[in-house]
Design a binder for this molecule. Structure first.
Ligand code: GAR
Length: 202
């Protein structure tokens, strides 16, 4: 029998996507357990929430450390917690090759745009400023580029009717909370493989 997947959640801030994943785990929609929640920001609200839920947490600040050095500390903490899948949930760091190679095809991210449009910071503002009529969110496997790994799932969000980038962000966020648990559920329960840039299910 295969054991229940052990998730490591990485976050830098609010942690609402972490909470969406946690609810899906708690309700049994995702067959997994959250083994560790890691933040690069001491006192991040998401870490406080995780603590209040009784989850194992650790803050590993990145200040004063080289990217690779910081990443290897995070990898060590994840290994100690016997994590086999990593969910980036508002983790505002690019992973070094050393990190990505430590968990091949087992690191997942959610990004608040329809990639490959608007990678990087402030994706919702980028989309708003560009004037697109449709935006959305993307769940993808992580490589060592910027929001560039193979796409697992996307959801579209209409821009029409939004007054500003904040309103668009809120619309996208509510879709993120649906898409991320659903995509993780598929990755954990279905057969899939990466073929070139494509994640092929079945
Ligand atoms: C989310 O919108 C997530 O997609 C985004 O940060 C926000 C975190 O919110 N991530 C990125 O932009 C990564 N490139 P949360 O802390 O409430 O989940």
């Amino acid at each position: 029998m295969t054991r229940t997947a052990r998730l490591g959640i990485l976050l830098s801030g609010r942690g609402s996507n972490f909470q969406a994943l946690q609810r899906a785990v708690a309700s049994g929609d995702i067959e997994a357990e959250i083994a560790l929640v890691v933040s690069n920001v001491e006192g991040a609200p998401g870490i406080e929430t995780a603590r209040s839920l009784g989850l194992a947490t650790v803050a590993i600040p990145h200040e004063g450390r080289k990217r690779r050095e910081h990443d290897l500390l995070v990898v060590e903490a994840l290994r100690e917690a016997e994590v086999d899948w990593i969910c980036l949930a508002g983790y505002m760091r690019i992973l070094s090759p050393a990190f990505v190679e430590a968990f091949p095809e087992r690191i997942v991210n959610i990004h608040p745009s329809l990639l490959p449009s608007f990678p990087g910071l402030h994706a919702q503002e980028q989309a708003w400023d560009y004037g697109v009529r449709v935006s959305g969110c993307t769940v993808h496997l992580v490589d060592d580029g910027l929001d560039s790994g193979p796409i697992v799932a996307q959801a579209t969000v209409p821009v029409d009717g939004c007054a500003d980038a904040e309103e668009l962000s809120a619309r996208i966020l509510s879709q993120e909370h649906v898409l991320y648990p659903r995509a993780m559920g598929r990755l954990l329960s279905e057969r899939w493989r990466v073929a070139g840039r494509r994640v092929v299910f079945g």
